[in-house]
Design a protein. Structure first.
Length: 65
């Protein structure tokens, strides 16, 4: 798993943008080492009421995740 898998797992929303900045941060923090856990967490978050509320209006930007 890597950044592209994370980006694909993140739900579409108005805040999903700045892919290159997000990837820079991902690389700087060496998150490929934790990608599996991160993606599992994102997939769980997608099932929560907070992320489902108002058709995803409260899903944060992946850059600030």
């Amino acid at each position: 798993m890597n950044f592209e898998d994370f980006w694909a797992a993140w739900p579409k929303s108005d805040r999903k943008g700045a892919k290159s900045k997000c990837q820079e941060k991902w690389n700087k923090l060496k998150l490929d080492l934790q990608a599996d856990q991160i993606i599992k967490h994102v997939n769980w978050l997608k099932t929560t009421d907070a992320w489902k509320k108002s058709e995803g209006a409260f899903i944060p930007a992946p850059l600030v995740y």
